[in-house]
Design a protein around this ligand. Structure first.
Ligand code: IPM
Ligand code: MG
Length: 359
């Protein structure tokens, strides 16, 4: 198989973790006889410094022409003073929107080897965590009408949560379809006791569920969902929610699995071309020190192999390699626990890569 991948390393720890992901891609290519051609393009703060634009047209064009995109992370204090549409984060939103990536899959899995790194009480962790968060990615509060005005009490600002039924139906379909390959349960998270946009969300999710009679559907208010994720995460299979709620709940779910450094994600649209990225940020304080955990990005590569290239066996090989290395004594700082051996970014990438060749 011959595939083209655009890399958007971005800022902070982005370039370091992308380097490790590329080592993994090369290893998979060598072992299974594929060719993956990668090309790096500027994005985020790095792109602002180089071109004045957080997602230059040339980067967007390269992404469009490739089979998949792998992104590190964007943002940092250097660019925090910039106006909203000029910030690194605006570049990330632009590429998600331009590629039509309305579905964001964020699997939160607690590895047995990491139970000690999870902040969950041991009896709760023992029940296991295997949640697939399906986050709407190109609508809602992130993309609604917004602005700043002046009112009688001074400065005012607003953002609007807007969803239409097409947007809700298509993300709901993704959640129901994926639930069929799992434990056949969808929990739709909203705030329908307060918000009109949530009431429409719930209505359309219920209508869509009629096409999936074999999948159980429940509804949960977002405040309760935030609590249930720490009280008993084993109750969740697929968690379907909006852009804003999904952003918040995925950080919460990630730390339950031991560290935000463990969670990969896939942004998908109508075509096979996806954008894969760890859910964590650019962690400027860790940048350039060879301490960041590359696993979220490496697992994002596994998602790319599976969802964009249809290479399920190769994806499993990467995931198995990650489990095996964690099953031994190696840990990056974020998932370190007593008795384990602390390793850096490059060493962790190298260990996982070696495991792929061995098995
Ligand atoms: C994420 C991040 C992004 C988001 C930021 C960096 C724009 O927090 O992918 O979860 O809010 O979507
Ligand atoms: Mg986030």
């Amino acid at each position: 198989m011959n595939k083209r991948i655009t890399l958007l390393p971005g800022d902070g720890i982005g370039p370091e973790i992308i380097d490790q992901a590329v080592i993994i891609l090369d290893q998979v290519a060598a072992k299974f006889g594929h060719t993956f051609k990668t090309e790096a393009k500027p994005a985020g703060g790095a792109a602002i410094d180089a071109t004045g634009n957080p997602m230059p047209d040339s980067s967007v064009a390269a992404c469009r022409e490739s089979d998949a995109v792998l992104l590190g992370a964007v943002g940092g204090p250097k660019w925090d003073h910039l106006a909203g549409e000029l910030r690194p984060e605006a570049g990330l939103l632009r590429i998600r929107k331009e590629l039509g990536l309305f579905a964001n899959l964020r699997p939160a899995v607690l590895y047995d080897a990491l139970r000690n790194a999870s902040p969950l009480r041991s009896d709760i962790a023992a029940r296991g965590v295997d949640i697939l968060i399906v986050r709407e990615l190109t609508g809602g509060l992130y993309f609604g009408r917004r602005g700043r005005t002046k009112g009688a009490s001074g400065r005012e600002a607003f953002d609007t949560e807007m969803y239409n039924e097409l947007e809700i139906r298509r993300i709901a379909r993704v959640a129901f379809s994926l639930a069929r390959e799992r434990r056949r349960k969808v929990t739709s998270v909203d705030k329908a006791n307060i918000l009109d946009s949530s009431r429409l969300w719930r209505e359309v999710v219920i209508e869509t569920a009629a096409d999936y009679p074999d999948v159980a559907l429940e509804h949960m208010y977002v405040d309760n969902a935030a609590m249930q994720i720490v009280r008993d995460p084993s109750q969740f299979d697929v968690l379907l929610t909006t852009n804003m709620f999904g952003d918040i709940l995925s950080d919460e779910a990630s730390v339950v699995t031991g560290s935000i450094g463990m969670l990969p994600s896939a942004g998908m649209g109508e075509t096979a071309r996806g954008l894969y990225e760890p859910i964590h940020g650019s962690a400027p304080d860790l940048a350039g020190r060879d301490v960041a955990n590359p696993i979220a990005t490496i697992l994002s590569v596994a998602m790319m192999l599976r969802h964009s290239f249809g290479l399920a066996e190769e994806a499993r090989a990467v995931e198995r390699a990650v489990s095996r290395v964690l099953g031994r004594i190696f840990r990056t700082a974020d998932i370190m626990s007593p008795g384990m051996t602390l390793v850096g970014t490059r060493k962790m990438g190298g260990l996982i890569s070696a495991e792929i060749i061995l098995n």
